[in-house]
Every structure is written in structure tokens, then in C-alpha cells.
Write a protein that binds this ligand. Structure first.
Ligand code: AOS
Ligand code: ZN
Ligand code: ZN
Length: 388
């Protein structure tokens, strides 16, 4: 039997990180649809993240992206966030938006460009020193479009050298989250295309390097929960970039396309007792809200993760283990499906009420007047960073 009060405690202490870029205007390469009231500065993005935390109670940190969130004084930005009740989370680097990086950043055949890219990564650790961030999230757009364009193996050597230099600059409490992505913008070969490549580089680097799983970065049909289980067993799962995809790297709201997949992922987390923030996994969103209103979309995304987590926590693990040991295929599957098919919304409403929150976070946001205020106050919203 599942202990309901333990489930509620786990849900109350869950932490989901929201990304600063989710609050800005975004789009595809075809069109960016500007929305009224979007943030014009890193401070305003943090204010929106704090609003999401205010209504959900489980989004206490916000990820920044350098240079999109560049400021002169990161200490002041950190204090600003803390005054609003949130903290700065992962620092994301950007070595993909400069003409120099056409043929790659840290894997570029030109050593001068590699130096520039690596220096950016080192600078980002300086930002972490000022914000107190634990995590440096690295995603490289590096890759090649044509067979023969560059030497596949040598590019791995260049990547390893840049990662080594970056790793060696980390403080004792800091770590690298190394993200992988199958394709885009490179179409023939990406330098970190899959979890295995990321994992191998992390192992080579040392214990402070762990893999970041972006749920939108796989081939269709990939069993992501297997990757989760495997990396947890190896102690190398550092973070998630949660989002939903139908076709490629769609960055839609997590749990929108496939809530069952999200449940299966969260079950592996629960199975490994890795949900509590003290375990060290960063549960981040990496999303763009191109056509829907941004703050309620982020709130909805946080709630989708909560719902998948609640269902995962409700799995009767004793009954499941018994059925698995007995080789009772149908019963084992039924135990898992019973939990998935439970309506956990009343349970989450109770968890929110216990925490002094409105049980309906999206409704509470809509009633708060925040959206009207930002639409009045913020004249010209800034773009998130890409998609121009
Ligand atoms: C890119 O596809 C990745 O998901 C990265 O995490 C990226 O840094 C993030 O989406 C912000 O652009
Ligand atoms: Zn990502
Ligand atoms: Zn992505």
C-alpha cells in the first residue's frame, strides 16, 4: 500500500526550474509572434519566474542564458531574485549564435575559434561564482552537414580538450550538465548526438560532469525512461530539460504530447528515490511558448510535471515487485497502469491547499491581475534569443 502522507510530502518538496527564455518572445525560423507584456530585461524574466513560483510553490529557481541574460552585476541580479523569492539556477552557455561558429564552436577546425568558444564557457563559470549557481549547462550546436566536411574523430578530441579545460575551472560545488541532441542545426553528424556520447565524455571528465536529458532530443520512438534508469544506475544523471515533441525539437509544453512517457520517466526517478532536490537532479523546463500565453503555459507545464510525479509516486511498488518476481506480466503492467490512470488532480489540490496556495494555479494567476499589469507596464517586449 502507498503511504499517502509520504506522497504528499514528496510532492510538496518537489522543485522544477523554469527557463528565463520561456518568458520572452519566441517562434520558429518562419515567424516570431510578439506577445504583449513579455519581459524586456533579465529582471523582468525573473519576476515572471517568481510569479510562476508564487502560484505553484514548486518552481523556486530560474535558469539563465548567457548572453541573453547578460547584466553588469550578477550579485545584484541574484539579490533581486532572492527578494522576489526565487534563486538563480543553471547557467546556460551560448556558442551557437555567432558567425564564427558556422563550422562549430569547441570542435571548430580553427584553434582561434575554439579558444573563443572555450573562453565563453570559462566566463560562464565566472557568472556562476557570482550567482551561486551549481550547474553549468552545455549544449553545443556543433556538427557537420556533409560526409567528409571535417574529421569526425578529431572533432571528438577538440571537444574533449575544451571540456577538460572547463571542467578543471569548476569549483568544488559546481558541475557540468552535458546535453546531447540528435540533430539540428547540424544535419549529417552532431558532435554530441546521444546520451552515450555525453556519458562517455562525462566519465572521462570526472564525477562533477553529468548528463542532461532534453526529452525532445531523441529519435522518434526512443525509450527515454531506459536512458533515465541506466544513467541513474551509473550516477550520471544530472538534469532534465523537459518539453514535449511531436516531430523534432518542438519545445512544446512538457506532458502535452505524451503524458504517459512523462509518467514512465518520473517512475524511474521515484524508483531510484531521486526525486528529492537533495539527490541533485535538476528538473528543468526547456520550452518556448510561441503561440500560447507564456506565464500560464509555464504554470501548466509545472503542473503537468507534478501530475506525472504524483502518479509515479502512487505506483504500488511492493505489488509491482511481487508481480515482477512471479513473472506475472499482466499483473505487473496493471499495477503500473492503475497508478497512471488515477486522477491525481484532487490530491495535488490538497497539497497546494496545505501549502497555503490556491488549488487552481492557472485560475489564481488569471485572477491576480499580473498579466494586465505587465501588458500595461512593458511597452516593447524583447525576443527570447532565437527564431528571428
Ligand atoms: C537546444 O536545442 C537545447 O535544447 C539547449 O538546451 C538550448 O541551450 C536551450 O534550448 C536554449 O536555447
Ligand atoms: Zn535543452
Ligand atoms: Zn532543444
Amino acid at each position: 500500500m502507498t503511504d499517502l502522507s509520504a506522497v504528499k510530502r514528496s510532492l510538496a518538496s518537489q522543485a522544477i526550474e523554469t527557463p528565463s527564455w520561456a518568458y520572452g518572445n519566441s517562434g520558429t525560423r518562419f515567424k516570431v509572434f510578439a506577445q504583449p507584456g513579455v519581459p524586456r530585461s533579465p529582471e523582468e524574466k525573473i519576476a515572471d519566474a517568481a510569479t510562476v513560483h508564487k502560484y505553484t510553490g514548486v518552481a523556486p529557481t530560474v535558469a539563465l542564458h548567457i548572453p541573453w541574460d547578460r547584466v553588469d552585476d550578477y550579485g545584484a541580479l541574484t539579490r533581486y531574485a532572492e527578494d522576489l523569492g526565487v534563486r538563480i539556477g543553471a547557467i546556460n552557455t551560448n556558442v551557437f549564435q555567432d558567425d564564427d561558429y558556422k563550422l562549430g564552436s569547441v570542435t571548430n577546425p580553427d584553434p582561434g575559434i575554439r579558444r573563443k568558444a572555450t573562453d565563453h564557457l570559462l566566463d560562464a563559470i565566472g557568472v556562476m561564482d557570482a550567482t551561486g549557481s551549481r550547474d553549468l549547462k552545455l549544449w553545443f550546436s556543433d556538427g557537420i552537414n556533409y560526409p567528409g566536411q571535417d574529421d569526425l574523430r578529431e572533432r571528438q578530441d577538440r571537444l574533449a580538450a575544451a571540456l577538460r579545460e572547463t571542467y578543471d575551472r569548476l569549483g568544488d560545488e559546481q558541475r557540468i550538465l552535458l546535453e546531447y541532441k540528435l540533430f539540428e542545426p547540424a544535419f549529417y553528424a552532431t558532435d554530441i548526438p546521444d546520451w552515450g556520447t555525453s556519458y562517455a565524455h562525462c566519465v572521462e571528465l570526472g564525477p562533477k560532469a553529468t548528463v542532461c536529458i532534453d526529452t525532445g532530443h531523441h529519435a522518434p520512438g526512443t525509450n527515454i525512461e531506459f536512458i533515465v534508469a541506466f544513467l541513474l544506475r551509473q550516477n550520471r544523471l544530472g538534469a532534465f530539460d523537459f518539453n514535449s515533441r511531436f516531430y523534432a525539437d518542438d519545445d512544446l509544453m512538457v506532458g502535452a504530447a505524451d503524458p504517459f512517457q512523462l509518467f514512465r520517466i518520473m517512475y524511474e526517478i521515484v524508483r531510484a528515490d531521486a526525486l528529492d532536490p537533495s539527490y541533485g537532479i535538476a528538473f528543468m523546463l526547456d520550452q518556448c511558448h510561441n503561440i500560447e500565453q507564456k506565464i500560464p503555459a509555464v504554470i501548466r507545464s509545472v503542473m503537468n510535471v507534478q501530475e506525472a510525479t504524483a502518479k509515479a509516486l502512487l505506483v504500488d511498488r511492493d505489488a509491482l515487485a511481487t508481480a515482477q518476481r512471479a513473472g506475472d506480466v499482466l499483473e505487473a503492467n496493471a499495477v503500473l497502469m492503475d497508478a497512471y490512470n488515477t486522477d491525481v488532480r484532487p490530491l495535488l489540490a490538497e497539497v497546494r491547499a496545505d501549502a497555503g496556495l490556491d488549488p487552481d494555479p492557472v485560475g489564481a494567476y488569471r485572477r491576480s491581475g499580473y498579466q494586465r499589469r505587465i501588458e500595461e507596464e512593458r511597452a516593447e517586449g524583447a525576443q527570447a534569443g532565437w527564431g528571428a
